[in-house]
Design a protein around this ligand. Structure first.
Ligand code: TMP
Length: 402
């Protein structure tokens, strides 16, 4: 299939095998056939964006039972409060209008709503839109596309800011989104979006950033090229530490001068050969090696009679569990704070997801840390586990037990 962003030819560099939908947590009595896709990553020769080779069924992924909740991490909540303050500080129009695509439970827009600023959240997950409405955020359960953009502009007027976090990379029909942005954005408006960064994935070997919902893995180079195809320019870029390393991109179409950070990062990506096949093939080799070493560590814990549990049933963990062939025999349980995931089974690998034990005595000997992107928050919270001899298995930035 040609590149979904620009139509040019692509080349495959990574095969992560058969994978389930990463957020399809099954009830233990569900015997229906599970949906599988073949997870392969390709790079485009034209715009250089990394993407999945095969189409993903977006309606099956983002729906009224979508279990991911932005506010499940304290760090992410404060990240989005700070983001909202930044967006508000940049608003110059007399009666500004802010749109968030993929507004989830309204964590970011809650701050915008508190300031009395006109806003709208658009998200296909009706359950999360309900939670946003409950916190007085104006939101609608819809897909963002050219039709929605037209309707929103008719009703509210042009948007001064369109913001999206961990959403643009979810939408295979990126040209459709850009057509919507062309309609919705005020002439001097900005589009700000943040997503996992290809440069960090290569640097950290974080192959679990590749799963069904992460259709694209962007970089400064690829976003600049894709934006240009739609009459936008990449005018700023900022590295974020959240979610395992992200870039925040700012696009505009009013001819403003890009910040020096844009040229600097594109030059760095060129020097590091971020989009070139030998670099991507080296990453693929590292991924295979890490799978073998992670399995060795888990086998070692089992042989030594030490109990192991997964820490957080993240969407990313689906890639790790299914690619590495880890099932209940190596990892009998994964603990997670999300009520919608508890009492269910991890997708594909069918490991029971349970709430964290109340009592430290019921903790395992070793935790496999799936939420490595929240490591700081989690390690601080779980200091007592380490104090009484508990150990962590990590696989990013490398396989490590300790
Ligand atoms: P993600 O933000 O990497 O997708 O992962 C979020 C998942 O991790 C979500 O299901 C909640 C879970 N989680 C915990 O169970 N405990 C924690 O301390 C954190 C930060 C997340």
């Amino acid at each position: 299939m040609p590149c979904r962003a620009c139509g040019d030819a692509v080349t495959q560099f990574l095969d992560l095998g058969r994978q389930p939908l990463s957020d399809a947590f099954r009830s233990p009595d569900d015997v229906s056939d599970e949906f599988w896709l073949h997870l392969k990553a390709v790079v485009c020769h034209g715009c250089h964006v990394v993407q999945l080779a095969d189409p993903v069924p977006v309606e099956r992924m983002f729906h009224e039972e979508y279990p991911f909740r932005t506010s499940s991490s304290r760090r992410m909540s404060s990240h989005f409060a700070a983001t909202a303050e930044r967006l508000v500080a940049g608003l110059a129009a007399p009666d500004p209008f802010v749109v968030e695509i993929g507004s989830n439970d309204g964590t970011m827009l809650a701050t915008i709503a508190d300031r009395g600023i006109r806003h709208l959240g658009i998200d296909p997950a009706a359950n999360m839109v309900g939670e946003a409405l409950a916190r007085k955020v104006n939101a609608r359960a819809e897909w963002f596309d050219a039709v929605t953009a037209d309707r929103v502009r008719d009703e509210f007027g042009p948007a001064d800011v369109v913001y999206a976090a961990n959403t643009m990379c979810h939408i295979p029909d990126l040209p459709g989104v850009f057509t919507g942005l062309e309609t919705l954005l005020a002439d001097d408006g900005i589009v700000v979006f943040e997503d996992p960064y290809l440069g960090d994935v290569l640097r950290l070997g974080s192959f679990d950033q590749i799963y069904d919902e992460h259709f694209y893995l962007f970089s400064a180079t690829s976003v600049a090229r894709i934006a240009e195809l739609h009459g936008f320019a990449l005018v700023d870029v900022e590295h974020l530490e959240v979610h395992g390393g992200e870039l925040r991109y700012t696009l505009a179409r009013d001819g403003r001068t890009p910040s020096p950070a844009v040229g600097a990062l594109i030059a760095q990506e060129g020097r590091e050969r971020t989009h070139e096949l030998p670099r991507l093939a080296a990453f693929a080799a590292e991924v295979a090696d890490r799978r073998d070493r992670l399995r060795d560590v888990l086998d070692g814990e089992r042989a030594a009679g030490r109990s192991v549990a997964g820490y957080a049933a993240t969407a990313k963990s689906a890639t790790v569990l299914n690619y590495c062939g880890i099932g209940p025999e190596l990892l009998p349980v994964v603990y997670d704070t999300t009520p919608e995931k508890q009492g269910r089974l991890t997708p594909g690998s069918h490991i029971p997801v349970e709430p964290f034990p109340q009592d430290l005595a019921d903790y395992p000997d070793t935790f496999l840390l799936f939420a490595w992107n929240h490591a700081e928050e989690i390690l601080a919270k779980e200091q007592q586990f380490v104090d009484r001899g508990g150990r962590w298995i990590r696989y990013v930035p490398d396989v490590r037990l300790g």
